[in-house]
Design a protein around this ligand. Sequence first.
Ligand code: EPU
Length: 422
Amino acid sequence: MELIKIEGGKSLKGTVKIDSAKNSTVALIPAAILAESPVTLENIPQIVDVKRLGEMIGQLGGHYRYDGDGNEDFIIDSTGIENVPLLDGPVTKLRASYYFLGALLAKFKEVKIGMPGGCYLGPRPIDLHLKGFEALGATVEQDAGVIHMKAERLKGAKIYLDFPSVGATINIMIAASKAEGTTVIENAAKEPEIVDLSNLLNNMGANIRGAGTGEIRIQGVDRLMGTRHAIIPDRIEAGTYIALAAAAAEEVKIDNIIPHHLEALISKLQEMGVDIEVNTDSVTVRGKKTIKAVDFKTSIYPGLATDLQQPLVTLLTQAEGIGKVEDTIYSDRFRNCYELNKMGADIDVVGRTAIINGGKSMRGARVMATDLRAGASLVIAALIADGVTEIGNTYHIDRGYANIEEKLTNLGAKIWRETVEA
Ligand code: EPU
């Protein structure tokens, strides 16, 4: 078993450069297979999910390669792609593999793939995606964990989402970009990653208006071509390092970000008394001895992102007073709290709510990253704990945080990996 080990108690100082957004990238790669010539994604994040999507392109008969000194460009050439069923292997390892549903349906009018994997955060149905595909004219069959969709033709439709699901909005946008006529998605998700996808597809030749609002209009086109695209910065990686700096930094600059994407987080941290200076494309956090507990609920964008809830819970263990956190998006995203309690935290979880009794000293322990952002919350806890913390299930962390040891070492942390007997 591989462990990330962290010796806590170092005061962090310096600059951390944020990578491109994971949750954009994982939609952009499947969308790129609709282009009839290569698509180049600039500044690709060096995360495991990208490799897995690349493997899926390979399974389909397409090609991808990295280019540039730091492997910063990711070039997807889908000219040889065939409609091969994606039943096992990488498809089961990440959630975003389901974007091949929309992409292959648009390209071949038929698709067969296994159910996606990804973090367990409570049940994560994909009914809204499938209803959207049906509205566009596809028949959907599900059998033994395999989804099979077929359409004579895809025809634009008006689709109202019962919930503004990020994944369903993205999948329908991808499929509708090559449907006949106009598709209107109402109650669409507004996350910045949706706007990023719309920009890529439009640069490939699609006709999409309204991304970033609750109503997205997609006028289908016959052909899409290759392009170059610079991916937006990762607001969740940025928010994680901001929370981390609030907990453990003397002074850390979080660079290469769009602060506007993080407004809900920044104002919540200001309410806690965190010293945070906002600049055009960076923020600087100066750690302070005293922070106040706050309550918050996660919500859809521009509200406070559920993906930042777990890192913030760790920060609340250090605040004065009692904080109450409700996750309105996922029913089971507090499993990190049990691990934090092993390190000295005092957190009660009741359903979708965590009550954090702050002001606790943390101590090193062996803990498990139960999902990606749980891993991030444990890394923050380890940085402020006395002694050495050993974090298992490191593969969760590697799905979303590129070069985490290097980034934290540069800030003065003591962090390393070790493989031990399970
Ligand atoms: N939902 C349904 N039916 C659907 C789709 C969603 O009931 O058909 C429910 C889900 O079960 C969940 C809620 O709606 O309770 C939100 O789901 P959404 O579809 O918005 O999320 P997602 O597309 O599955 C993406 C990110 C998540 C992030 C959420 C919310 C990717 C690959 N994943 O998931 O990221 O939490 O949006 O912003 O983009 C992470 O990065 O750690 C992560 C989990």
